[in-house]
Design a protein around this ligand. Sequence first.
Ligand SMILES: CC(C)(COP(=O)(O)OP(=O)(O)OC[C@H]1O[C@@H](n2cnc3c(N)ncnc32)[C@H](O)[C@@H]1OP(=O)(O)O)[C@@H](O)C(=O)NCCC(=O)NCCS
Length: 150
Amino acid sequence: MRLWGAHVDPSAIVYHGMQVRAARRLRIGARTVVGQHCVLDARGGLVIGADTNISSDVQFYTAQHPWNGPGFTGAELGPVVVGERVWVGPRVTVLPGVTIGDGAVVAAGAVVTHDVPAWTLVGGVPAAHIADRDVQDYELATSHLKLWWW
Ligand SMILES: CC(C)(COP(=O)(O)OP(=O)(O)OC[C@H]1O[C@@H](n2cnc3c(N)ncnc32)[C@H](O)[C@@H]1OP(=O)(O)O)[C@@H](O)C(=O)NCCC(=O)NCCS
């Protein structure tokens, strides 16, 4: 991904099978882990903060067709920003223009259509508030997983 221009911290881990669009607009922070088969669409800008866990099969989209336009021509872009110490559960879809706050958790299978406040748990379709989290300070211990780096 770095060869294509992505800014990926050397301590981050990205598992196999991901798709990247517009790598030059992708940033992944320190110690962050991105699981298998994720879609990292950075056409509108995709920033994933440090110490964040992206589970498998998560799809980030930063572009979409105008849904009410003729022939769905053109593209609407919206950056996606994921904070630090976030966990995005498996099979979550994050739509263009969404910001996920620090320490937030998105439960498995959610479709995130609006910003997620920091240190909250959200889930469902569309994702809605489930609970608040305690604010905590920690770093992900990912170095022992380096064998999976590619
Ligand atoms: C975030 C997560 C851990 C929360 O699960 P949990 O601890 O069972 O959640 P809770 O028991 O506190 O549930 C609180 C409420 O949220 C609901 N809820 C939990 N997970 C949900 C989900 N994925 N989507 C929608 N609602 C969910 C529960 O039904 C419950 O609602 P209720 O109070 O009306 O009954 C879970 O949703 C998840 O995403 N797990 C991912 C598993 C995974 O990735 N495993 C591999 C790790 S390597």
